[in-house]
Design a protein around this ligand. Structure first.
Ligand SMILES: *Cc1c(COP(=O)(O)O)cnc(C)c1O
Length: 397
């Protein structure tokens, strides 16, 4: 998945254009910048690539989620449904605006289980936030129907699945709002950065203002800009955007490499009858950022993961035991361990997730191993890795 593996001349040339003028800020300084607007240009490229009306760049994927929620008017006391398997950024962004994260089960798609979503809806629910983890997607058709029926927003976290599609549409462009991350380990990188995409002009205007202190960006005099509402600083810098401009041009090449390497690994494992693969919803095509497969039980999965590690087959993850990505280890969320006081509303409503019944998630995540697909592997390296993985799995069964 990581674009940083192929950082090169194109990225350097883009960054040098920014260094040449010295205008590192995305807004203003019109006279000094010699017509160079890297953030603006990358937003246009994102709009074109994802066939959406609007893209707003921000400083990170976490900022993108926060800005997306804020742009739709989500705030204190509102409930946002999110999966038990994700990255901590999901609940961080929800808590940042005073809203309440409501965790629900994942199924064999490794993303939101639609029936669990429907069960979790209350009269305070405002948003359903599927997270397209590890290169593949939630069952977006069903989630869309649920959202429509209950009048909820669908916000896609496509940070790990850029380039994947559902019914021919790019992931991120299917919900009311979609978010990407361009941090250093994502498929394409800005170093740090993120984006919100939407077809709703009002959300975009809000995102544009909110991510820059609420400035309305009207007129040419920065000091005279008005503030229709309170905002914050989630701006991206021109340097980061410049890196992203070079990387987005290479996205299709990166996806092709991912697909090639993924296919070699998958073909090797497919001949083992006990290995099954993550379900991709009908009409979906993965981004091939990871190969995700199931072993018959948690004990075997644990053993395979540990043997792969010992044998030097890196980049394979057993999420069940992972602090960053699975609810079981999120004590800081369950206990609301924060530096200052949390809003009482959140404190009162947050359930004890360790006591919640997420046996469906445990069933699937307990058996899952995910292998990051790297861009820099040689053909020999992928083939060796495929044979090594086959051998380790067969001997663990
Ligand atoms: C990386 C990631 C984020 C956050 O992105 P940052 O740019 O690192 O803040 C959010 N959600 C998912 C699923 C991610 O993988």
């Amino acid at each position: 998945m990581p674009g940083f593996e192929l950082f090169g001349d194109k990225e350097r040339a883009q960054v040098n254009e920014v260094l040449d003028t010295g205008v590192l800020m995305r807004y203003g300084f019109d006279g000094m910048r010699k017509g160079r607007w890297k953030a603006k240009e990358l937003e246009n490229a994102l709009e074109e690539r994802f066939s959406v009306k609007h893209a707003q760049l921000v400083s990170s994927g976490t900022a993108a989620l926060t800005v997306a929620l804020a742009s739709a008017g989500i705030g204190a006391g509102d409930e946002v449904i999110m999966p038990t398997f994700t990255f901590v950024a999901s609940f961080e962004s929800i808590l940042a605006i005073g809203a309440i994260p409501v965790l629900v089960d994942v199924d064999d798609t490794l993303t939101l289980h639609p029936a669990a979503v429907e069960k979790a809806i209350t009269n305070r629910t405002k948003v359903v936030m599927p997270v397209h983890m590890c290169g593949s997607m939630a069952d977006l058709g069903v989630l869309k129907t649920i959202c429509k029926k209950h009048g909820l927003l669908l916000l896609e976290d496509a940070c790990q699945a850029i380039g994947g599609t559902y019914q021919g549409k790019p992931l991120g462009s299917i919900g009311d709002l979609g978010c990407f991350s361009f941090d250093y380990v994502k498929t394409i990188t800005c170093g740090e950065g993120g984006a919100v995409i939407t077809n709703t002009s009002e959300y975009h205007t809000h995102a544009d203002h909110y991510s820059d202190h609420g400035h309305d960006h009207i007129g040419t005099d920065r000091g005279a800009e008005k503030h229709p509402f309170l905002g914050y600083n989630y701006r991206i810098s021109e340097l980061n955007a410049a890196v992203g401009l070079a990387q987005i041009e290479r996205l299709d090449d990166f996806l092709a490499i991912q697909k090639k390497n993924y296919s070699i690994l998958r073909t090797a494992l497919e001949t083992i009858p006990e290995v099954t693969f993550r379900r991709v919803p009908e009409g979906g095509e993965e981004s091939y950022a990871f190969l995700n497969f199931f072993l018959p039980d948690a004990k075997t999965a644990k053993k395979v993961h540990s043997t792969l590690g010992k044998e030097g087959v890196d980049a394979c993850f057993y999420w069940f035991d992972n602090n960053w990505h699975y609810y079981k280890k999120w004590d800081h969320l369950t206990n609301l361990t924060s530096l200052g006081n949390m809003p009482l509303e959140v404190k009162r409503q947050l359930p004890d997730y360790r006591e919640s019944d997420f046996s469906l998630s445990d069933h699937w995540i307990g058996r899952t191993i995910s292998c990051l697909i790297k861009l820099g592997w040689s053909d020999d390296e992928v083939n060796d890795r495929a044979q090594q993985m086959r051998r380790v799995i067969i001997s663990a069964l």
